[in-house]
Design a protein around this ligand. Structure first.
Ligand code: SF4
Length: 264
């Protein structure tokens, strides 16, 4: 049987786990929002209203041989922190490995680090930070924390001896070198770089069509043209802490994995 090439969340983890519908961060480019609107679970207007999936909170997870990515279709916001903690506890208590992917609020990271201090070896944080400029983050991710709060969160988890990594997908400006320089000292694992996928289609589906956003999206697409991606790749290809998502692997000629969750 021919194996399929792996992309998206499956590059990082072979399973995903979630306990909320919707997300207060309301990122303009959100894939989960696009899917929720397409399948009529949410509208562009009510995506940011988070609904707890109580059946998920009651779920007991068996030990799984691979890794769970949590969350993959919402985020961990202070408003529903306790529900996220309950869910995470159920995942971890059976010995599962969990990749926690979040645009971090410092309150949430402090709580997770103190609650799960004994599960340190089973947790890898992946903090999503697409720019070191708070204005840029605010523009694309209006409900998410600013750069300083995300940096503080990365440092906090690092200093608490948790494993840390960064997702710079999507890259949100053309100054990714600045972000890499700031983050590298606090990263035990890797910094992942990736393009903004299907940006114009996603904005349209997510109900965003104002002139300014479309203009900035076109600029971002321009910045992420193959020539510029190749320059970025050349600069970091020998750095073992820089990893490349499928959108970049395809351009620079790295073979896509055939197995889910290898995180390479
Ligand atoms: S944080 Fe993630 S799930 Fe939430 S809106 Fe942004 S991209 Fe979507």
């Amino acid at each position: 049987m021919i194996k399929k090439q792996v992309f998206g969340t499956h590059e990082w983890a072979d399973e995903t786990a979630n306990c909320i519908n919707g997300c207060k961060h309301d990122c303009k480019y959100c894939y989960s929002k696009e899917m929720a609107i397409r399948f009529k679970r949410k509208t562009p207007e009510n995506w940011k209203e988070e609904e707890i999936r109580y059946a998920q909170l009651r779920k007991n997870f068996a030990k799984h041989s691979g890794t769970y990515m949590f969350p993959s279709s919402h985020d961990i916001h202070p408003e529903h922190l306790e529900e996220n903690i309950i869910f995470l506890k159920n995942l971890l208590k059976s010995g599962n490995k969990v990749l926690i992917v979040t645009k971090p609020h410092i309150k949430c990271i402090k709580r997770i680090c103190s609650e799960f201090i004994n599960y340190k070896n089973n947790i890898l944080f992946r903090f999503t930070i697409g720019s070191s400029n708070s204005q840029t983050l605010k523009f694309w991710e209006p409900g998410a924390p600013d750069f300083n709060e995300r940096l503080e969160s990365v440092k906090y988890a690092y200093n608490a001896n948790f494993q840390t990594s960064i997702s710079c997908e999507p890259m949100l400006d053309n100054k990714i070198e600045d972000l890499i320089k700031i983050m590298l000292p606090f990263v035990t694992d890797a910094i992942w770089l990736g393009k903004a996928n299907f940006l114009l289609r996603r904005l349209k589906m997510n109900g965003i069509n104002d002139f300014e956003t479309i203009k900035k999206a076109i600029q971002l697409i321009e910045w992420q043209k193959d020539d510029n991606i190749l320059i970025l790749y050349k600069k970091y290809k020998h750095n073992p802490k820089i990893k490349w998502k499928e959108s970049i692997k395809k351009i620079v000629g790295i073979e896509l994995p055939l197995v889910k969750g290898l995180d390479v």
